[in-house]
Design a protein around this ligand. Structure first.
Ligand code: SF4
Ligand code: SF4
Length: 622
């Protein structure tokens, strides 16, 4: 195909104009990101970051998981962007007399073109399928009124068709018009991307690269104001738009509006106001349109919606573009407690912990008496192997006594060396989730001192909230702390595998059973198998709820919900109880004392894993 000089000049002018206008409109978005402070180092562990980004971007693992059909179609379209990159360079270099593909591939050009033909067909099928899902299957559509999505789908389809036309011999008389249509769409495409949710094409790989390694990884606030370095500003959470870190701003601009987060949010599922996608999108409007002095609460998320978050992490775990919802949510809650002093939903809970070190309002002698009644040994430094952490529910709630008794029975039967601390303070888990960082750090400091004094290394935590806080968060406060914190289900499984305990599966036969994955054991720590293996070893089969494993729904007990009971209207625990009931199970097994408190009325019986195992124990005498 020949290109006269006026066509070359026109193309050159259009390319220059397109790049210039794109840069002009990209700049305000970059400025909005760069205006945010840094909340942590995000360039450490470089090989890991690159591996994760490669896996999630190139292989589209998160996009495909959870929505396999739509995800596969998206992967086909995404693959097209990569595979067509060289063809696009060739397309624009030809008017200048450069045959880019010939120079690159030589005789292998027909093979590359054959791959392109196959992929163009896949992309066409994928984009039509995605458009069908969005505009026709409205029940599953993330937004049937997203006209920019329809326009982008049309552009991509025409791009593929205009390419395929070039491959149909003999060359047709419309070849030049076809060439220009293809070129003009490519020149227009970046501008549509910039003004729509399709900006994620540029942002998602970068956002995923900078994401924290674990869910909701919180950094301690430096609250020692008087000793802050001279150039450091004290931080009390996300009070104003200016406090939003650059990563949070990048999050807001990366959202692909897929609604996966909202579809997983327990509060939203229960019919409450909280909608994770909605506050990410209002965050986008806030950083692009509001002054830095405007408040976050009210402009990014409402006070009511903020109070409904259980910190379950389902939104963040589902997000395919690396958005960290909980950094915004916890940051706003920190501002409520540390800077504003209003809007908190668990003030009684926090006040009781502040006075007594536990949320049940009990004196420490309640725990001491329980330890004596059950003849539980105290941990002896240098002698005892396992430190059995009781946590507040096992230590102070009379209804949890059967679970603790069962755990003691298992450890005694196994002949394990274990003991408890003379005193424990609340781990501070819920205080931290409620933004009460000062209370969290105070409680953590007390417990860290006790762990160090006891020279404790191996800690058994029956409560997943404590498991997460002791094991993941305490070490960020004290470099010298060397704790190996394990959930009791994993310890029991180890004892069973070593042959220290034996179970008789016939004891439970015939009881239909379901298992509720606690958020902080499953999603946060990835422990899904040990509880199920134990249930099977105890002679029961698990009838799974629709939402289980990574997609399990929160019981509503997170962020102090198990005590503060602040939810109005449709409650999260009621929705989860309906999921339990739908399995028809007679027995619900939980691996978290708080989940047990929340869900105990869902079935005829609710048991902690330890109770289930203790009931099936073959004691040496039996
Ligand atoms: S952490 Fe859980 S409750 Fe909070 S917004 Fe995310 S999904 Fe909803
Ligand atoms: S925040 Fe993530 S999961 Fe939610 S709509 Fe945006 S891209 Fe999708």
């Amino acid at each position: 195909m020949e290109f006269p000089s006026w066509e070359v000049a026109l193309l050159t002018a259009l390319v220059v104009a397109s790049v210039a206008v794109f840069a002009l409109h990209l700049w305000p978005r970059l400025q909005a990101i760069l205006a945010g402070p840094s909340d942590r180092i995000r360039t450490d562990r470089l090989p890991r970051r690159l591996m994760v980004a490669a896996k999630e971007v190139l292989l589209q693992t998160r996009v495909i998981s959870g929505r396999p059909i739509a995800g596969a179609m998206h992967a086909a379209v995404f693959g097209g962007f990569l595979i067509f990159a060289l063809e696009t360079i060739d397309h624009f270099s030809r008017p200048y007399g450069v045959h880019f593909l010939d120079a690159l591939f030589g005789d292998a050009v027909p093979a590359y073109k054959a791959v392109l033909v196959v992929w163009a067909i896949l992309v066409s099928i994928g984009i039509v399928g995605l458009a069908f899902r969005r505009f026709v299957l409205v029940k599953v559509s993330p937004d049937p009124k997203s006209y920019s999505s329809g326009f982008v789908a049309l552009l991509i389809l025409v791009l593929m068709l205009t390419f395929l036309w070039t491959q149909v011999p003999p060359p047709d008389s419309f070849a030049k018009a076809n060439w220009w249509t293809h070129a003009l769409i490519i020149l227009v495409f970046p501008h549509v991307i910039l003004r729509s949710k399709h900006f994620h094409i540029l942002m998602a790989p970068i956002n995923i690269f900078f994401r924290t390694e674990r869910l909701a990884e919180l950094r301690p606030l430096d609250l020692d104001i008087e000793n802050l370095p001279e150039d450091a500003e004290p931080s009390f959470g996300l009070e104003k738009i200016a406090d939003l870190a650059w990563k949070q701003r990048m999050d807001y601009l990366s959202c692909v509006e897929c609604k996966r987060c909202t579809d997983q949010c327990p509060s939203h599922l229960a019919g409450q106001e909280l909608d994770p996608r909605a506050f990410i999108l209002t965050g986008r409007d806030a950083i692009l349109g509001l002054a830095g002095t405007e408040p976050v609460i009210g402009n990014v998320i409402s006070e009511k919606a903020l109070g409904q978050c259980t910190s379950c992490g389902a939104c963040e775990a589902a997000c395919p573009v690396g958005i960290e919802h909980l950094q915004t949510l916890t940051g706003a809650k920190r501002a409520q407690t540390l800077a504003l002093g209003t809007g908190m939903v668990a003030t009684n809970f926090l006040e009781t912990i502040g006075r007594l070190g536990n949320p049940f309002g009990e004196l420490t002698n309640v725990r001491t008496k329980l330890i004596e009644e059950l003849s539980i040994p105290y941990y002896q430094p240098g002698e005892t192997e396992y430190l059995l952490w009781l946590g507040c529910v096992w230590g102070y709630n009379a209804d949890a006594r059967s679970s603790l008794e069962a755990m003691v029975k298992i450890l005694e039967t196994a002949g394990a060396s274990y003991g408890v601390l003379k005193e424990e303070s609340c781990s501070g888990h819920h205080s931290r989730r409620q933004g009460e960082e000062l209370q969290f750090q105070t409680l953590a400091g007390e417990n860290i001192g006790r762990f160090k004094e006891a020279k404790a290394r191996k800690v058994i935590a029956p409560c997943p909230h404590c498991l997460h806080t002791l094991g993941r968060e305490y070490p960020t406060l004290d470099d010298e702390l060397e704790l190996e914190v394990t959930h009791h289900s994993q310890v029991i499984q180890d004892l069973q595998r070593r042959g220290d305990i034996r179970l008789d599966p016939s004891r439970h036969k015939g009881t239909t059973t379901t298992y509720h994955d606690p958020c902080y054991l499953g999603r946060y720590e990835g422990v899904y198998d040990a509880p199920r293996d134990l249930i099977r070893a105890a002679g029961l089969e698990v009838t799974e709820m629709d939402r289980h494993g990574r997609r399990a729904m929160c019981c509503g007990g997170g962020s102090a919900g198990f005590m503060s009971q602040t939810q109005e209207g449709n409650r999260v625990d009621q929705t989860r109880k309906n999921h339990v009931k739908a399995t028809g199970a007679q027995l619900l097994v939980t691996g978290c004392p708080e989940c047990k408190m929340m869900l105990h009325t869902a079935t005829e019986q609710t048991k902690d894993l330890a109770e289930l195992v203790a009931d099936a124990l073959v004691t040496p005498a039996s």
